[in-house]
Structures are given as C-alpha cells and as structure tokens.
Write a protein that binds this ligand. Structure first.
Ligand SMILES: NC(=O)c1ccc[n+]([C@@H]2O[C@H](COP(=O)([O-])OP(=O)(O)OC[C@H]3O[C@@H](n4cnc5c(N)ncnc54)[C@H](O)[C@@H]3O)[C@@H](O)[C@H]2O)c1
Length: 381
C-alpha cells in the first residue's frame, strides 16, 4: 500500500489497514510519497515492495500517491531506471495490478493511462504514458475527500475541469488502423465527448459548493464522479495547450499542477475560439453559462466569462504574473511549453513558438482581448 505521511497519521486509515490485515491479506505500508511526486521518493518504496514480495500495489491518496503506485508497479515488474519508461509506449507489458483509491477529486489518475513524476535531473515534470498504466481497479469513495481543505478542493477540482474542457475541445484526429499503436491518447471521439460533457456538468455544478461546504455530500460525490469522468475523457482524447504550458509554469513558480492549468484556461479558450467555437459553446451549455439564444461569438464570450467567474471564486489567479511567473521567464516558459509536442499537436488551433510566446505573454498580462485576432508570421489561421 502506497501513501503519504498525512494519511498514515490518520486514525481511520489505521483502522482500514487493520481491517485489511484482519481479513487475511498480508500488507506492507509505504508512506514516503510527497506532493507532485519527486521521483526520489519512489526508491525506498520499490525496495520495500521487493523485499515484501508484493503482488498487488494499492495507491491511496491524491494523484501523487496513485501515480507513485503506478510507477512502483512498473519498477517492481520491469526494474530500474524509471527514466527508461518516460514518454509513450515504453512500458513493455502489463505491470503488477494497481488498485487506486483517490482522496482528492482532480487528477483522474485512477482511470488514466499516465503517471507524472518530478525528476530532479530534468527541468520539467515528465510523464509515463502507456495503456498498461490504467489501474486494474478504482475505488472511489467521496467521503475520503471530506478532509480536503478548500485550496486543495479548488486546485484539484480545477485540474479536473481543465481535463474535461481540453478533452472536449482538442483537435479531432482521423482514426486509422495504426492510431492505437501510434498514440496512447487517441484523440477526441464520440465516447470521450460523452464523458467530457458529463464531467463538465458535474464539476461545473459542484466545484464552488465543494469548496465552500466541504461536507456537502452531493457536491463531493459529483466532484469525485466528475473527476473520474474527466480522467476517462482525457485518457482517450488527451489534453493540450493548458497542460503544455503548466509544466514550465509549475517548474518556475512551484505552484500546484491544478493552479497552472486553470490559470491558462480562459486564455487558451480565447486563443482557440476561431477553431473550436462550436465546441466551446457546448462547454458553456454543460456549465450552465448564459448561452441560450446567442450567436456563436456571444455564446463563446459568455462561456469564457462563466469560466473566469468560477475560477475567480475558487481562488485561481487572474494572470501568470499574479501566480508569480516573472517577466524574465516568459520566453523560457514558451520554449519549454513547445517541447510538449504530444500536447501541442492536440490543440485545435495550430501553435508555433511565436503564437506560444504571444499566448504566454497575454496570460501573464491577464489580457485575452487580442488573442483571437493574433496572426503568426509562420502559419495561416
Ligand atoms: N496520472 C494522471 O492522470 C495525472 C493527471 C493530472 C495530474 N497528475 C499529477 O497528480 C499530482 C497532483 O495530484 P493532487 O492534485 O491529487 O495532489 P497531491 O497528490 O500532490 O496532494 C497534494 C496534497 O494534498 C494532500 N491530500 C490529498 N488528499 C487529501 C485529503 N483527502 N485531505 C487532506 N489532504 C489531502 C496530500 O497529502 C498532499 O499534501 C501532480 O503530480 C500531477 O502532475 C496526474
């Protein structure tokens, strides 16, 4: 069982561990996982899992603990180094089965084919993406999230919202017989659209309430279900520019993943409106934005304003400057965002470095007014 020190110190968690043991299951507990998953904290867990002879890995906690369980399962199954699995399709086959029990409503890691780690030897966080990383079983109990403080509820919930919106608005790929061999994230399709829209509805209706009333059963349940659906949506469709930009933003500002992707969202929607206007309006409908009876342009604007209001009330900063990103780091941020080619190619509107610089600059200034009209010198929109 893989978790962190917070959960290990919890009395009810100790009772859960005892109940599992009392049921005749041998269990070794590793509680050394840290937020945002520094790769170094996996080493001891792997050694303990090996010595114990684990045949199942159970991750319980936030996304970091579930991703840790996935990474430990890979290392127990196929050996070190972890870096040999970075990227897509590098995990050679099935790993030890992983059981995922999320205690935050956000990452969707309990159903996704990816684990994200922070490797001290690299500037940015890295992903291991493989269909073999989808957990065998996900046990989702909203009561486990009642203890999440408002900031964690907000940031992890915003992460889930961005997963769903990016999954619904990504570029559509024409499927071929090779698609599933070439891409872990296959691209948006009818099924991912269904789960994405349902996720947006659940999260849009409950995120604010879950932050202000932590014991509201309905809000907590809808958030957990929404995060799971969003994970299923982006596990198929992939994510795009908000996620590409968050990696360097997070590296420079040391802010949580959810905060960075959410801070980018209104700017990404404004940038993409020329290529994804109809999809953005459907996002607005699912969120309950004031889009009825409006033309596309006005409905897109109402949707972006609705998103801005929701993010504002849960505490997402209005600009990258307010998040602490310095002006001197803007070029570096844009260049490193472009390095996530897998995410960049998913964006509905083509992006080159010039466009990325413009987008990051606008998000830094908190001004989205000219993003739609922006024209890069090197591609035509
Ligand atoms: N694998 C995926 O599909 C995927 C998707 C998105 C993000 N991620 C990754 O997941 C990580 C973020 O996960 P996260 O947002 O869940 O945060 P987290 O797992 O990093 O946890 C943040 C903090 O919240 C605490 N916490 C968790 N549950 C709690 C609860 N019920 N009550 C009180 N405190 C609680 C943790 O102890 C920790 O201190 C990042 O590393 C991110 O890159 C993974």
């Amino acid at each position: 069982m893989v978790t962190d020190a917070r959960l290990e110190a919890d009395r009810q968690f100790a009772e859960l561990v005892e109940a599992i043991r009392a049921a005749g299951v041998e269990l070794a507990l590793y509680s050394g996982i840290k937020p945002e998953l520094p790769a170094a904290c996996l080493t001891k867990g792997v050694a303990e899992g090996k010595a114990f002879g684990a045949d199942v890995v159970l991750g319980i906690g936030g996304g970091s603990c579930i991703d840790a369980a996935k990474a430990i399962a890979i290392l127990l199954s196929y050996g070190e180094p972890l870096s040999s699995y970075y990227g897509e399709f590098k995990v050679p086959g099935p790993t030890l089965p992983v059981i995922a029990m999320p205690t935050s409503s956000g990452t969707g890691s309990e159903v996704t084919p990816v684990a994200v780690v922070a490797d001290a030897e690299r500037d940015l966080k890295v992903g291991i993406a493989s269909p073999y990383l989808i957990p065998h079983t996900a046990i989702c109990d909203p009561e486990l999230t009642y203890s999440c403080p408002p900031e964690l509820t907000a940031m992890s919930g915003a992460d889930a919202l961005v997963h769903a919106i990016e999954a619904f608005t990504t570029a559509k790929r024409t499927p071929t017989a090779e698609t599933a061999h070439e891409h872990v994230f296959l691209g948006k399709n009818e099924l991912s659209d269904l789960t994405a829209l349902a996720a947006i509805e659940h999260i849009g209706a409950s995120l604010e309430r879950a932050c202000t009333s932590p014991n509201d059963e309905t809000a907590r349940s809808r958030m957990m279900f929404g995060a799971l659906l969003a994970g299923q949506a982006f596990g198929v469709a992939g994510t795009s520019v908000c996620h590409a930009a968050q990696y360097p933003i997070g590296a420079k500002t040391h802010t949580p993943h959810g905060l960075g992707v959410a801070a980018m969202l209104p700017f990404a929607l404004a940038f993409n409106r020329s290529h994804a206007g109809a999809d953005i309006v459907r996002v607005g409908c699912a969120l309950g934005a004031d889009v009825a009876g409006r033309g596309e342009d006005a409905a897109v604007e109402a949707t972006i304003q609705h998103v801005e209001r929701l993010l504002g009330v849960i505490g997402v900063p209005v600009s990258l400057a307010a998040m602490g990103l310095s002006e001197a780091d803007l070029d570096w941020t844009a260049e490193h965002a472009m390095a996530s080619a897998r995410l960049i190619k998913n964006n509905p509107r083509p992006i080159d470095l010039e466009a990325m610089r413009y987008l990051i600059g606008a998000a830094h200034a908190g001004d989205r007014s000219n993003l739609n009209a922006f024209q890069s010198q090197t591609y035509a929109v």
